[in-house]
Design a protein around this ligand. Sequence first.
Ligand code: PGA
Length: 255
Amino acid sequence: MQKPIIAANWKMHKTIEEAVDFARELKAEASTFTDRTVIIAPPFTALRPVADILRGSTVQLAAQTMAYAESGAFTGEISAAMIADAGCSYVLIGHSERRNLFGETDGQVNKKVKLALKTGLIPVVCVGETLEQRESGRTLSTVEGQIKEGLRNVSADDIRKIIVAYEPVWAIGTGKTATPEQAVEVHIFIKEILSGYAGIGDGRTVPVIYGGSVNEGTIDELMAHEGINGVLVGGASLKPASFMNIVRFRSSATV
Ligand code: PGA
């Protein structure tokens, strides 16, 4: 059985010093949570200093996005190779804030996923519906489109390496968590779509994690559901104490 994944997305928060202090605390606790995969995604500026702190621990490092091109005249962008060079093993791709605020398209998500995999990074591919799409009964079709376009022409071998993050846009940063039942419905649906890819075999083995206002109070209930393989946490991951409580969710609930 795969380890549950607890990932922190710090978004545009934390100076290098703040990030390093947090990483030190996390590293000190890391030996107490070896049965789960803990990933933190600091802003670009803090990646290398945090990687230096985390070296030798089991805590993994992710970037929050990456460029869709390998290199060249893309002012302001950071490439997959640069992210790997900074010490990352993971990269978030297609977060709804990238899609909605910066116009990232499924086509770009697809290029990034392929490039991340080619570079040896594990993509955490984010999908999710808006409130309007949910209320008009388009949750599953929206997610299906994002998965199919985002993973177009990605080989079965490569799909087996990725993580999918289901993050309903209406639940991100709003304090409204999807109910476990709402999340599970979409997680199972995503795993079914992935099972339909030629050569994948059982799509249930691809980890699907939930994001959207996860906090210390909701983690145990979410993780008690088979099909929820972990969480991607924004706001509640910014304070070490609250993130640590999320990391230490009751593991007995996951089996
Ligand atoms: P939130 O963010 O936990 O603050 O809702 C989650 C995310 O955007 O990944």
